[in-house]
Design a protein around this ligand. Structure first.
Ligand SMILES: [Zn+2]
Length: 1005
C-alpha cells in the first residue's frame, strides 16, 4: 500500500503566550519558519508588534501586545502566489485557497484563535485566498491512501435528513454500480453507532453535537486505528457543546467539520456541495471554502474545520484513482498477461503434460483481470464532474472486484501445483521477470498522472512520478535493450514471503520530492507491486538519473535514465527522448539472491561526461548520499595516493625501501610509521570529505561503519576507468598535529610482527573510531574488505560466486619474470599443492588455453615485467611479459579474442592474479585496461596492483593468496589477511594490492 506524498502548500500559524506577549510564529510546507525568541528582552529583528485593537479578544485576557514576523505579509503573499489562481470545473471558486492551520496557546485552548488570526492586518487582505483551519493537537499518523467506495454513516434522523439532497441525485440514485462501488450511505440510531463503527470502516460519519463525545470515545477505542477510524466527522451543532472540546478530544488520524445547524435546507445544501467537492477531488479546506461560497448562508465562524496538513488530504479521489491503478497493474502482472505457449516451449521437459493442462485451465479465468486492466488503463478521469470521476471510478472498481475474484479462482485451481517443489523450481528457473521503469507526468489542474511516451521530451520544471516494478514490462515501459519474453507470472505459494528489495533513485539532475529509498516486495513467482518516486524535471536540456535495486545493500542491478528536456513535450524526432538502460547486473532472474551476501555499505560511482563530474552514490539500509565530485579532485587524490605508494616502494638508489619478509620480531621502522601516517592523513581527509557532505542519517551510517569490523564495503564503478583509493579511507580520529612535537606513534592494530608471522588472527588492539590515533585498524582496507565491481553494460547474468575447479587445469602459472623470488613462489606452490599447479608451457599461447573450457584453469597467476619501452620485434605499447621475447599480455589482444571467440560462458570463470612487476613507476592505466578486458570476458575476479612493485613482493603475495584461495578462503578475506600480515610486519605496501570482483568469491573445494 503506498502512502501519497503531500505536496500541497500550507501555512501554520501558532499563537503563543510568552513574556506577556502573544506571539504568532510562522511555518510552511517549504520549510520556511520564524522561530519565537528565547529571551524576553530580545524579541529579535524578526518580529514586530502589530495593532491589536478591533480583534476578537479572548475573555479575561489582559490586552497583551501581539507580535508577528516582520515579513508575515510577504511570506503569505508568496505562499498564496504558489497556488493556482484558477481551478477549472463548474463547482470551482476561481482560485485554490491556501490552508492556514492555526493553533492557540495551551493556556487558552478554547478560544477561537482562527477568528482572531483572520483579523490581523497582515492577513485580512488575503482572506479571499485563504481558508483557516484549526490545527488538531494530536500528532499526525500515516493512514493508507483513500480508496473507493466512499462510505458515509449518518447517526440519527437529523443527519439522515441532511443527506437527502445528495441521495436524490440522478447519477447516484439510479445507478446500482455507483451505489455499491462508488458511494454508500447508511443511517443508524445513536445506540447502534459504536457497533456500526466496529463492524466496518466508514470514511465519513455525520452526527449531532449531542452525540459527538460518544463518537470520539468509540473511535478512539477501535482496534487498528489507522485502518478502522473514520477519516472525517461532520458535526451538526445546535450549540449544545463547544467545538473546541471536540477538537481537543479528536483521536489522531481524524479530521472534523463543525457546522452550525441553521435549518435543514441550509444544512442540506451545504452538505450536498461539500460532498460534491470531495468527489471533485478537493482537499477538505477547499471543499469547505467552495461549499460555503456557493451556499452563502453561513458566516465563517459557523463552519469550523479541524485538521492537520495530512488529514486535510485523507479523502482525495486522486488517491483512490492511484490505488485503483496500482492494484490493476499488480493484478495484471500476475496471471493476466504472458504467452503461455511460448513459456511452456521454453520450459520443455521441465514441465509435464499434466501440469501444462492444469496451468492452462487455471489461466482461462484471466479474462476479467485483463478487462479490468484495460479499462483502468484507458480511464479518462476529470475530477470536475461526478460523471467523469466518481462514476467511471466506481465502474472500474466493480471490474476490479471481479478481477480479484478471478485471481482467487486461478489461485484455487493452481493450488495442487503450489506444493510441488519441482514445479515451483521449474517456473523460477525459466520465468523472465525484469525491472520495468515508467514515468508519469502530473497534470496539476486535474491532479492525475499520464504516462510519458518514449518519443516525447520531458518538460522543464514539470512534476513526474517514476514507477518501478519487477515483473512483465508495462505498456508505458521506457526500457531499451533486449526485450524479455512475456512469461505468465503465477500467484506466489501460500506463506512464501519472497524478498524485500530496496529501490533507490539517485536523482542527479532531477529534484526528488519523495524519499530516495523505497521497499519493494518481490514474491517468489509473481510480479511485484510498483513503487513510486516524485520528481521535478530540471531546467536544462538533458537530464539523467540512476536507479539502483539493492538486496541487503548488495547492488543487484543498476539503470540509467536519460531524458531530453524542453519547454514542451513535442519534438519531431524518430528517436526516443526518454530511455532507461540496464548497465550493471549481478542477477539474471532474481533467483540467486540468497547467494549474494549482505554488504555493510554500497558505493556507486557514476560518470557524467557532460559536466566532467562524477557522482558518489552511497547506500546503507535506508540511508543514502548522493554527491558530485569533479574529475580534477578525484585525479588529484588518486595521484597523491599513488605517489605515496611509489615513494614507499623504492629508495633513492632504486632499491626496495621495505623488506618483503621482515625478520620476525623486528619492530617496524620509523620510515614505515611515517608512510602510514601520510596514508592515514590522506585517508582521513577523504573520510571527512564524505562525512561533511552526508546528512545526519548517513553520518550515523558512516559512524556505524567506523565502529564495526570485518564487513564488506562494495564499490561499483559505473565508469570502469574510474579509480579511487577506497581502501585507504581512514575513519578513526587522527591525532591533533602539534608544531614541534614528536610524531605520534603508529599502532599495528594489536598485531605485532612476530604474532603476525605466526598467526594472522592475532588479537586486535582496543582502538576504536573515537581514539585520536594512527592505528592500522582505522583503514577501510585493513579493518573491512573493499570489493570493487565494474559495470560493463547490459548483460543479464547471475554473478559468479564460486569458481569451479577444472579437473584438467587447476592453477596455471604464467611467469615471465624468472628470478629467485618467483622461483621460490613456484616451488612453494608445487610443494604444497602438488599436481594442481602447472606452468604455462614454452610456445603455449595463454589466450588459446583460456578460450578452451577444458583447459581453462580455476586460478591463473600471471607474473611478469611491465614493459613500456619500444623494442624491435615486440608489440608496441605497455605489455606484461609472459614469456620473454615471445609472449606478452595486452588488453587489446584479449578483447580481439573475445570479439572472435565470445565470452567464457562455462566454468571455470578463472580468477586471475595479474601481477605486474618492475622497478620503475609506470602508467597504471595498462593494468586497468587488462582488468577491464578480462572482466568483460567473464573472469570471476582480477587481483592486481595499484602500481608496479618488485617481483619479490608480488611473488610473496601471489604465493600466499593463491594458497588461501585454493584452500577455500574467500577472495576478500585472503587479500585482507595478507595485507594485515604485511603491514603488521612493518611493510606499508599492502595498499598496493586491490581486486575487481566479489569479496566473497571462492574457489570451489
Ligand atoms: Zn590500534
Amino acid at each position: 500500500m503506498m502512502e501519497i506524498q503531500m505536496l500541497d502548500h500550507w501555512v501554520r500559524l501558532s499563537v503563543r503566550l510568552l513574556f506577556d506577549i502573544l506571539w504568532v510564529s510562522y511555518e510552511d510546507d517549504t520549510g520556511t519558519h520564524r522561530e519565537l525568541p528565547s529571551h524576553a528582552d530580545s524579541p529579535g529583528a524578526d518580529y514586530s508588534a502589530t495593532s491589536s485593537t478591533l480583534l476578537p479578544w479572548p475573555a479575561g485576557l489582559p490586552p497583551y501586545p501581539i507580535y508577528v514576523p516582520q515579513d508575515l505579509e510577504t511570506l503569505l503573499q508568496q505562499a498564496v502566489a504558489s497556488l493556482p489562481s484558477f481551478r477549472p470545473g463548474p463547482h470551482a471558486i476561481g482560485s485554490v485557497p491556501l490552508p492556514i492551520f492555526v493553533e492557540g496557546p495551551a493556556e487558552l485552548p478554547h478560544h477561537p484563535w482562527a477568528t482572531l488570526v483572520e483579523q490581523l492586518p497582515q492577513i485580512a487582505p488575503y482572506l479571499p485566498r485563504l481558508q483557516t483551519v484549526y490545527l488538531t493537537p494530536k500528532k499526525p499518523i500515516a493512514r493508507p491512501a483513500f480508496r473507493l467506495p466512499l462510505r458515509v454513516l449518518a447517526v440519527g434522523g437529523r443527519c439522515d435528513a441532511a443527506l437527502e439532497y445528495m441521495k436524490s441525485a440522478d447519477w447516484y440514485a439510479n445507478d446500482p454500480v455507483v451505489k455499491t462501488h462508488g458511494l454508500q450511505f447508511e443511517t443508524v440510531e445513536p445506540q447502534q453507532m459504536a457497533k456500526a463503527l466496529r463492524a466496518e470502516m466508514r470514511e465519513v460519519v455525520m452526527i449531532e453535537d449531542t452525540e459527538v463525545a460518544d463518537l470520539l470515545k468509540a473511535a478512539s477505542r477501535l482496534p487498528q486505528p489507522v485502518l478502522t477510524r473514520p477519516r472525517l466527522v461532520i458535526v451538526l451543532s445546535t450549540g449544545v457543546s463547544q467545538p473546541s472540546t471536540a477538537r481537543l478530544n479528536l483521536p489522531p488520524g481524524m479530521a472534523l467539520l463543525w457546522i452550525k445547524d441553521g435549518g435543514l435546507s441550509a444544512v442540506e445544501s451545504f452538505i450536498k456541495e461539500f460532498l460534491y467537492n470531495l468527489i471533485h477531488n478537493y482537499p477538505l479546506h477547499e471543499a469547505l471554502k467552495a461549499a460555503a461560497q456557493s451556499v452563502k448562508v453561513f458566516s465563517p465562524s459557523e463552519l469550523q474545520l479541524f485538521a492537520n496538513p495530512q488529514s486535510n488530504h485523507y479523502l482525495r479521489l486522486s488517491d483512490a484513482l492511484t490505488q485503483l491503478q496500482q492494484e490493476t497493474l499488480t493484478l495484471n502482472q500476475t496471471v493476466a498477461r504472458g504467452n503461455l505457449e511460448a513459456f511452456f516451449r521454453r520450459m520443455g521437459k521441465d514441465v509435464s503434460q499434466k501440469t501444462r493442462t492444469i496451468v492452462a485451465e487455471a489461466l482461462e479465468e484471466r479474462e476479467a483481470i485483463q478487462q479490468a486492466a484495460t479499462v483502468t488503463r484507458e480511464i479518462n478521469i476529470e475530477f470536475g464532474q461526478e460523471t467523469t470521476s466518481l462514476v467511471p471510478l466506481a465502474y472500474a472498481e466493480a471490474l476490479v472486484s471481479k478481477a480479484r475474484a478471478s485471481q482467487q479462482k486461478i489461485r484455487a485451481r493452481l493450488s495442487p501445483l503450489m506444493n510441488s517443489t519441482a514445479f515451483l523450481d521449474a517456473v523460477e528457473k525459466h520465468q523472465a521477470r525484469r525491472v520495468d521503469v515508467a514515468l508519469e507526468r502530473l497534470i496539476p489542474e486535474a491532479m492525475t498522472y499520464t504516462a510519458v511516451a518514449p518519443k516525447r521530451r520531458l518538460v522543464k520544471g514539470a512534476r513526474y512520478r517514476l514507477r518501478v516494478h519487477i515483473g512483465l514490462p508495462s505498456e508505458d515501459s521506457l526500457m531499451i535493450g533486449e526485450t524479455p519474453p512475456l512469461d505468465p507470472l503465477l500467484p506466489e505459494p501460500e506463506g512464501d514471503k519472497g524478498h524485500t528489495l530496496d529501490v533507490v533513485v539517485f536523482e542527479k539532475d532531477f529534484t526528488l520530492l519523495s524519499p530516495r529509498v523505497q521497499n519493494l516486495q518481490l514474491p517468489r513467482l509473481r510480479g511485484s507491486e510498483p513503487v513510486y518516486f516524485e520528481l521535478v524535471a530540471p531546467q536544462r536540456d538533458t537530464a539523467e538519473l540512476r536507479i539502483g535495486i539493492y538486496h541487503r545493500n548488495h547492488l543487484l542491478q543498476s539503470f540509467l535514465l536519460e531524458a531530453q528536456v524542453g519547454a514542451d513535450e513535442w519534438i519531431d524526432s524518430p528517436s526516443p527522448q526518454v530511455t532507461v538502460r540496464l548497465n550493471f547486473s549481478r542477477t539474471a532472474r532474481f533467483t540467486n539472491l540468497p547467494s549474494l551476501t549482505p554488504r555493510a555499505l554500497s558505493i556507486g560511482v557514476n560518470q557524467n561526461p557532460a559536466t566532467n563530474e562524477h557522482a558518489f552514490m552511497l547506500k546503507r539500509d535506508s540511508d543514502t548520499l548522493l554527491f558530485p565530485v569533479t574529475e580534477k579532485i578525484i585525479a588529484d587524490q588518486q595521484e597523491t595516493f599513488r605517489k605515496l605508494l611509489r615513494e614507499a616502494t623504492t629508495d633513492a638508489q632504486g632499491n626496495p625501501r621495505f623488506p618483503t619478509y621482515p625478520a620476525a620480531g623486528t619492530p617496524p621502522s620509523e620510515e614505515f610509521n611515517q608512510v602510514i601516517r601520510e596514508l592515514a592523513d590522506l585517508g582521513g581527509a577523504l573520510h571527512h570529505a564524505l562525512f561533511v557532505r552526508a546528512d545526519k542519517k548517513m553520518q550515523k551510517a558512516l559512524r556505524e561503519i567506523a565502529a564495526i569490523t570485518d564487513d564488506i564495503i562494495q564499490i561499483v564503478r559505473h565508469d570502469p576507468n574510474f579509480a579511487y583509493p577506497w581502501p585507504v579511507i581512514y575513519d578513526f580520529q587522527l591525532p591533533t598535529k602539534i608544531a614541534g612535537a614528536p610524531a605520534p606513534p603508529v599502532c599495528l592494530g594489536g598485531v605485532d610482527a612476530a604474532a603476525a608471522a605466526a598467526n594472522a588472527n592475532a588479537q586486535h588492539c582496543s582502538h576504536g573510531p573515537k581514539d585520536k590515533v594512527y592505528c592500522l585498524k582505522g583503514f577501510w582496507g585493513l579493518r573491512h574488505q573493499v570489493e570493487q565491481l565494474l559495470a560493463l553494460g547490459d548483460n543479464l547474468e547471475d554473478a559468479v560466486v564460486k569458481v569451479e575447479r577444472n579437473p584438467q587445469a587447476g592453477i596455471c602459472l604464467a611467469v615471465g619474470e624468472k628470478d629467485e623470488h618467483t622461483q621460490k613462489m613456484t616451488d612453494e606452490l608445487r610443494n604444497k599443492l602438488g599436481a594442481a599447479v602447472f606452468e604455462l608451457k614454452q610456445q603455449e599461447d595463454l589466450l588459446d588455453r583460456l578460450w578452451k573450457p577444458a583447459e581453462r584453469p580455476a586460478i591463473l597467476v600471471t607474473l611478469g615485467h611491465l614493459e613500456t619501452n619500444q623494442i624491435a620485434g615486440e608489440p608496441e605499447g605497455p605489455r606484461i611479459v609472459i614469456q620473454p621475447k615471445q609472449q606478452w599480455l595486452q588488453a587489446q589482444e584479449i578483447t580481439n579474442r573475445q570479439i572472435a571467440d565470445g565470452d567464457w560462458e562455462q566454468q571455470p570463470n578463472t580468477l586471475i592474479l595479474l601481477m605486474a612487476c618492475g622497478s620503475a613507476a609506470t602508467d597504471i592505466a595498462t593494468l586497468n585496461d587488462l582488468s577491464t578486458a578480462f572482466t568483460s570476458t567473464r573472469a570471476a575476479a582480477i587481483v592486481g596492483t595499484e602500481c608496479v612493485v618488485f617481483s619479490r613482493l608480488v611473488a610473496r603475495f601471489a604465493e600466499e593468496v593463491t594458497l588461501d584461495l585454493w584452500n577455500g578462503m574467500p577472495l576478500g578475506q585472503a587479500v585482507k589477511q595478507f595485507n594485515r600480515r604485511l603491514t603488521g610486519a612493518g611493510n606499508p605496501l599492502a595498499f598496493v594490492f586491490n581486486y575487481l570482483g566479489a569479496a566473497d568469491l571462492q574457489v570451489a573445494l
